[in-house]
Design a protein around this ligand. Structure first.
Ligand SMILES: Nc1ncnc2c1ncn2[C@@H]1O[C@H](COP(=O)(O)OP(=O)(O)OP(=O)(O)O)[C@@H](O)[C@H]1O
Ligand SMILES: [Mg+2]
Length: 267
């Protein structure tokens, strides 16, 4: 949990985004702390994916600033964001099922050797380093097998291994649980808690199972005069649901977002 002595790893201040003049994000404020799992909440179309795209360099914001470890950043591509330490796994697992697990982990950035050999791919390194990366997230599988021979949940962990670099400070997942069953969600969270233990800040955009397991949440207002306005982010608290007018939610807890209690089943 964050405390006064822990500095946010990533700070968003006043982030705006318009599409053809229509505001989708308005003045989003968000602090992400190391070693914490943070959920982005909001109804369909509230701007969760747009915010993720802005902070991972897919889209340029229309206003506001981002700081990583206190330094102003303005990533202009996912690669630039990844080099800064912001890693992303998108909802659609964009890997190649007809390549091996190891090839998927290193596609486009294979370790190579030898000028005289024409910088050939160093397959020994590819396989060894793929095994090491997967071991980091607790996955022990045959990396020479086709990705398609493994279930979607394993493929998603491979996508996380691919996204993670040694310098990763922030890991962002957009709707990571939409195609997973309860056991697979459980396994995914074991991996994420392990990464959180290494000090990563982890962000989820949407996905009820993820929201219900996050420690902090930020809600984007989907409707009203200022769509995409971020309500303040807040921590998970036990609440007296019915007396707070939030009756019927499971577990008797909500995220305290500003002065509001936000039930993780909403949005
Ligand atoms: N490239 C784009 N051009 C124009 N409008 C866009 C673009 N991308 C998103 N939008 C609009 O911005 C709004 C926010 O979309 P976004 O996908 O960020 O919402 P979301 O919170 O991720 O929704 P969901 O829960 O359905 O994933 C929507 O009204 C969407 O139609
Ligand atoms: Mg989305």
């Amino acid at each position: 949990m964050c405390s006064a002595s822990v500095q946010p790893v990533l700070q968003l201040a006043g982030i705006d985004k318009q599409f053809a003049g229509n505001p989708v994000l308005s003045g989003v404020q968000l602090n992400l702390y190391p070693g914490e799992i943070h959920a982005l909440m909001g109804q369909n179309g509230a701007g969760k994916s747009t915010l993720i795209k802005v902070l991972t360099g897919v889209l340029e914001s229309s206003g506001g600033e981002m700081r990583l470890s206190g330094q102003l950043i303005r990533p202009d591509s996912p690669l630039a964001a990844q080099k800064l330490g912001i890693s992303t796994v998108y909802q659609e697992v964009n890997l190649c099922p007809n390549l091996s697990v190891a090839e998927n982990v290193f596609a486009g950035r294979y370790p190579r050797y030898g000028l005289s050999q024409g910088y050939r791919i160093d397959w020994g390194s590819v396989h060894r380093r793929a095994r090491e990366l997967l071991a980091r997230i607790g996955l022990d599988i045959d990396v020479t097998q086709l990705l398609s021979s493994y279930p979607v949940a394993v493929q998603q962990l491979v996508a996380i291994a691919r996204a993670l670099g040694v310098e990763s400070k922030v890991l962002i997942l957009d709707e990571p649980t939409s195609s997973l069953d309860e056991d697979e969600v459980q396994k995914l969270f074991e991996v994420l808690r392990r990464l959180r233990g290494e000090g990563l800040a982890i962000v989820f955009g949407g996905g009820r199972p993820a929201r219900q397991r996050a420690e902090r949440a930020c809600a984007l207002a989907g409707k009203g005069p200022r769509p995409g306005r971020a309500l303040a982010s807040g921590g998970r608290e036990r609440t007296c649901g019915r007396s707070a007018g939030l009756g019927g939610f499971a577990g008797g807890w909500a995220y305290r977002v500003g002065t509001l209690a936000v039930w993780p089943g909403i949005g």
